[in-house]
Structures are given as structure tokens and as C-alpha cells.
Design a protein around this ligand. Structure first.
Ligand code: ASP
Length: 309
């Protein structure tokens, strides 16, 4: 049997010590552990990597602590526009959605795009129409209301600034979520979900729903989910770049992930991190920020839940 493993993240960024109470940290750890365990149980029971990453991301989307699903940040008009994607490394099938509203679990809609449509990427109204045809129930805006996020937004509302959840700002809070997994058959998958940037406008879309930028999986190399300054991660085609370094330069998942996060993305001005897994179940979780909410578990009995370096 192949070593199986799962890794998850809840966003990378600046975390000012002192803003984090031990009570809050315990909550983050508990929600990370819950997502990790639910994804891991699927793998342990012989389930697929795709099922495991979808489940882990759903659990993180349901937590108000992370900038995805329930905890999504506010846009310039006071709404929540969410982006998500998923990719199956065995088949190279993929699905992405962007600018969707009212959907409790955007990752599941991206999976439906992958499995129930002829397409890879659906956006905005069209994506909502697709959800409607699949009988998705829409949540009221109150479901997505979070006092902290609202405060974050009020501070920059009616200005031209927008703010990444992990921006270098005193009260910045991390956000975007993701999962990568390797199942018992050595198949890998990746999923990513986000509310994007506070006060974003003009239909801004980051790297998270873009296959190759914020999310990628290919059984030839690795499965990756990113978090960070989306505009730079798109320009750096970060997730695919890691896979390319493995494929064409024979790097390990650890070497390739480090090269991209601690060198290449920094060179073009980006910051953030990623989680990656290969088909042997080896995991890498580099980040070039102060911290990244992250957790991992392997069938060899290794488990990690961490926030800071
Ligand atoms: N990468 C995400 C975006 O640009 C944000 C994040 O990772 O927090 O939308």
C-alpha cells in the first residue's frame, strides 16, 4: 500500500504576536485539526484524494476563522465574492469557479464544474446559473457576516485601497484555505478556496481558482495549493512552476516548492506560501511570510499542526 497523506492550509501572512490570544490560537488549531482529521479519515478508509481534499476544504469553508466560505471577506460593495478550484492528478480533470455568491461550499461547486459540466472554469452569473440548475441552496448574506471581517472592511471602505487578508498590516488575519492529498493508490489531488481581498472591486479574481496558478495536480509530479499575493502568484504561474521543476529538473517536491516560494516568487515581489504533496505521500509546506496556518498527517504516523515558522 502506498503511503497516504494530507496537508491543509488556512492562509499565509503577517501575524502580529499579541493580536493572537491563546484562546484564539486554540480555536484555529481545533478547526485545522478537524479539517485534517476529516480528510485523513477518507484516505484511511480507502477513499480518493479528490474526496479527501474536497472534504477538508469544506470543513475550513464552514469555519468563520478563515477567508473562504463562511468567513469570506467583504468586497467594495459589501458583498462576498468567492473563488475556488479543484484538480484530480490522476485524470488531469479540473474545475474552477470565481465571483460566486451565496454558496456555502464553493469547493463543491468547483467539483461539480469538473464532473458535471464540459468546462473547466465558470465565472459570476453563469456559474450561479449552473449552481441553480444543480439545485444549490443559496445562503443569506447574514450567513457570511463576521464582525471582524466587517470591521476590516469598514476601515478601507470608500477608499481605493484593497487588502489582502495577509497584508502587512497590524490587524491582518490570514485566510485562503486549501488541501492536497495522496491516497492509498498513489493518486493525488488539490483544492483551494477563498473570499479573495477585502474591498476588492471590478470583478477582481486572484490565483486561487486558476488552474496552474493557485492550484494544480498531476500524478506525474505533485499536487499544490497556494496562498499569498494572488496577482504575483498568477504572474509566477506558481503551482505549475513547482510541478515543472520536478518534471524537468528532477527536483524533489521539497526542493521545487522551496525554490518557488523562497526564491522565484520573492524575485518578482510576491509573498505567501503553498502546500504540496507527491505520489509517494511526501509533503512540503514552505512560506516566506511570518506564518502560515497549516497541518499535515501521514499514514506513517507523522502529524503536524502549526502557525508560525
Ligand atoms: N491568494 C488569494 C487571492 O489573491 C488570497 C490569499 O491567499 O489569502 O485571492
Amino acid at each position: 500500500m502506498n503511503t497516504f497523506s494530507i496537508a491543509i492550509h488556512g492562509g499565509a501572512g503577517t501575524l502580529v504576536k499579541g493580536m493572537m490570544t491563546s484562546e484564539l490560537e486554540a480555536k484555529y488549531r481545533a478547526d485545522l485539526k478537524n479539517a485534517l482529521d476529516q480528510g485523513y479519515t477518507i484516505l484511511e478508509n480507502g477513499g480518493t484524494a479528490v474526496d479527501a481534499v474536497e472534504k477538508a476544504v469544506q470543513v475550513l469553508e464552514d469555519s468563520p476563522l478563515f477567508n473562504a466560505g463562511k468567513g469570506s471577506v467583504f468586497t467594495a460593495t459589501g458583498s462576498h465574492e468567492m473563488d475556488a478550484s479543484i484538480m484530480d492528478g490522476k485524470t488531469l480533470n479540473a474545475g474552477g469557479v470565481s465571483l460566486i455568491t451565496g454558496i456555502k461550499n464553493p469547493v463543491s461547486l468547483s467539483r461539480d464544474v469538473m464532473e458535471k459540466s464540459e468546462h473547466v472554469f465558470l465565472a459570476g452569473e453563469g456559474a450561479m446559473q449552473f449552481a441553480k440548475e444543480l439545485d444549490y441552496k443559496l445562503e443569506e448574506p447574514s450567513y457570511f457576516y463576521d464582525e471582524f471581517r466587517h470591521k476590516q472592511w469598514l476601515e478601507i471602505k470608500d477608499t481605493d485601497s484593497f487588502q489582502l487578508d495577509h497584508a502587512t498590516k497590524k490587524d491582518s488575519k490570514f485566510g485562503t484555505v486549501g488541501a492536497v492529498a495522496c491516497d492509498q493508490n498513489g493518486n493525488i489531488a488539490a483544492a483551494t478556496s477563498t473570499g479573495g481581498m477585502t474591498n476588492k472591486k471590478w470583478g477582481r479574481v486572484g490565483d486561487s481558482p486558476m488552474i496552474g496558478a493557485g492550484n494544480y495536480a498531476n500524478n506525474k509530479t505533485c499536487a499544490i495549493s497556494c496562498t499569498g499575493s494572488g496577482e504575483f502568484f498568477i504572474r509566477g504561474v506558481v503551482a505549475y512552476d513547482v510541478a515543472c521543476l520536478m518534471e524537468h529538473k528532477n527536483m524533489s517536491v521539497q526542493e521545487a516548492s522551496n525554490e518557488v516560494i523562497n526564491k522565484r516568487i520573492l524575485e518578482i515581489g510576491g509573498d505567501g506560501g503553498l502546500i504540496a504533496v507527491d505520489t509517494k505521500g511526501d509533503i512540503a509546506m514552505p512560506f516566506n511570510t511570518e506564518g502560515m496556518y497549516r497541518a499535515s498527517k501521514t499514514s506513517e504516523g507523522k502529524e503536524l499542526i502549526a502557525i508560525y515558522k
